[in-house]
Write a protein that binds this ligand. Structure first.
Ligand code: G4P
Length: 551
């Protein structure tokens, strides 16, 4: 029989060890830590649900739906903020998956769906080794997909693509692939090829394993029927596919072979090439193949960048960093959960780790891991895992936990807020409490808080307007403190960097524009880009930056 499409090279490539790194211990090598990026409505929630279903973490479809936040209205969002336990447990989910050859452990980290919370999303992506990009087969690459993709690119994250909703009228396969290649400037290699469109969609030909996958429209939770083939000339294909569709399939795959690159694992791992699967999440179709893809191509937990040295997953000592902090659901306690990505080692409950920023030891007595519907104590965890550490505010975004070494994980960005408003307590007697409340949210990464060096009150900066409302509602709910957000005289904030003398001189000359952020770092506030340009000209020894890397 004629050779199948790119089957052999794909498998060869999958078995390559692309780097000269040592083999990881099996417990670490079986871990896959990833996020799903998509435009709202493309099917992220549905896909997540099917993942959990195959992972055995839930019994029934429908359990995750209640947690999907992408399509929530504003009032739903407020309600969800009240039910914070839910959003906490949906932040990172772990489940096992019986993949090719072994049992894998998948850690799926949730990216907030609402575009107003993109900063949180950026940080989340620092904690994963790969991303799944879900696109709607009829809509192609949409705005939010594009934005999130750009963030993945900043980190050269490997991307697996899932083209969803193939059971409905969708675009031509080549058109979809072209659009991804052109809009996102990434090469695309088909891992499967769809047969028929819309009502006539039958399933896919799996180009990696030479299998025909047939969709069952009657049972949405059933795994597709899979028939092993000897390539596209296998006569048994006639038994399953009408002649016209089969001819089209053969023609298209032939064309794809000429026009599209074959799978190359190195190129995938460097973020230059994405394999694409076609499927229908709601019909559970293509999901298993995508999961097999994550298992086979990985990547395994990666080396993390840090100062003064990188941290490799196989290192014996435990090290990790906080990428997200979330206040707990009980407003009477100021408990928070810090989400930590373990960068190395084998963590065991009760371990004493050093909190690098304060140089203090911290006994990690009650770490939690999140299964689909509830959380449980994490007795142990390995490099690649995400654990939640309940704490009273000691742990902040960007913090490192180690077995003593003074490491600083790099690349966790803090963005310049795009919107500034001043914030006042409704009751002036309670201004002190406001200080505390705002500091908490600043530490959570929910807002930037600036205290002007002259005058009173606070200036709060956020990335999306909805955040002001959420903040006001949380401050009232969690601190019993009504607050007012009002237009501020400033519209931009810039962090001031430079030698001490230069910065001091600059600050003295611009007193009315200066403020201090919640870490005590100087910030320049202005309403005019012109001011920023002028400073760059007049103070060559001072830099104003729109972002600040968190320590
Ligand atoms: P999101 O998290 O990315 O926002 O998307 P979500 O999974 O919530 O899916 C958005 C809509 O698309 C839902 O329909 C969902 O049922 C539908 N959907 C997901 N996957 C597929 C698919 O493979 N094929 C088809 N035809 N539809 C799909 P909805 O009507 O908005 O919600 P619901 O009434 O189904 O709950």
């Amino acid at each position: 029989p004629a050779p199948a499409y790119i089957c052999a090279p794909m498998l060869d490539a999958a078995q390559d060890t692309p780097t000269n790194r040592p083999d990881l211990p099996p417990e670490i090598a079986r871990r896959r830590t990833f996020a799903i990026i998509s435009h709202p409505d493309a099917g992220k929630t549905t896909l997540t649900e099917k993942f959990l279903l195959y992972g055995g973490a839930i019994q029934m479809a429908g359990q995750v739906r209640a947690k999907g936040e992408a399509r929530r209205t504003r009032s739903d969002f407020m309600q969800m903020e009240k039910d914070r336990g839910i959003s906490v447990s949906a932040s990172a989910m772990s489940f096992d998956f019986a993949g090719p050859g072994m049992q894998y452990r998948f850690n799926l980290v949730d990216t907030p769906g609402h575009s107003d919370f993109s900063e949180d999303t950026y940080r989340t992506l620092t904690a994963v080794d790969a991303a799944i990009m879900v696109i709607d087969g009829a809509k192609g690459v949409e705005s939010q997909t594009q934005k999130l993709f750009e963030v993945c690119r900043l980190r050269d994250l490997p991307i697996l693509t899932f083209c969803n909703k193939m059971d409905r009228e969708s675009r031509d396969t080549f058109e979809i692939i072209d659009e991804i290649q052109e809009n996102l400037a990434i090469d695309v290699t088909p891992a499967s090829w769809p047969i028929g469109v819309g009502r006539d969609f039958l399933g896919c030909y799996d180009l990696i394993h030479d299998r025909l996958e047939l969709m069952d429209r009657a049972d949405r939770n059933k795994v597709a029927e899979s028939v092993k083939m000897e390539g596209l000339d296998d006569p048994r294909l006639d038994d399953h596919i009408p002649a016209d569709l089969l001819e089209k399939l053969r023609e298209e795959v032939e064309m794809a072979r000429e026009l599209l690159p074959a799978m190359n694992r190195q190129s995938f791992l460097e973020g230059h090439l994405t394999p694409i699967w076609f499927g229908s999440a709601i019909n559970s179709f293509g999901v298993k193949e995508l999961m097999d893809g994550i298992a086979e191509y990985g990547p395994q937990p990666q080396v993390q960048t840090a100062e003064p040295r990188e941290v490799a997953p196989e290192e014996k000592k435990v090290a990790g960093f906080v990428f997200k902090v979330q206040a707990n659901m009980d407003p009477k306690h100021r408990d928070r959960v810090a989400f930590v990505r373990l960068a190395s080692g084998h963590f065991q409950r009760g371990m004493k780790l050093t909190h690098v920023r304060s140089k203090k030891p911290m006994a990690i007595a009650n770490p939690v891991m999140f299964l689909a519907s509830d959380r449980e104590l994490a007795e142990e965890a390995w490099a690649g895992d995400i654990i939640g550490i309940p704490n009273h505010g000691q742990l902040r975004i960007g913090d490192a936990l180690t077995e003593g070494e003074a490491l600083r994980f790099t690349g966790i960005p803090s963005f310049a807020p795009e919107l500034l408003q001043s914030c006042r307590a409704g009751d002036p007697m309670k201004a002190k409490h406001l200080d505390k409340a705002l500091m908490q949210f600043a530490e959570e990464g929910a807002a930037k808080v600036f205290k002007p060096n002259i005058g009173s009150g606070f200036i709060v900066g956020v990335v999306g307007a909805l955040q002001f409302e959420v903040l006001a509602s949380r401050i009232e709910m969690e601190y019993g403190l009504p607050v007012r957000f009002e237009a501020s005289q400033f519209t931009s904030a810039r962090w001031v960097h430079g030698g001490k003398e230069a910065v001091d001189a600059f600050m003295a000359a611009n007193k009315s524009h200066m403020a201090t952020d919640n870490d005590g770092d100087p910030v320049y506030l202005t309403r005019m880009q012109w001011d920023i340009d002028r400073i760059e000209r007049d103070y060559p020894d001072v830099t104003l930056s729109a972002t600040k890397e968190l320590m």
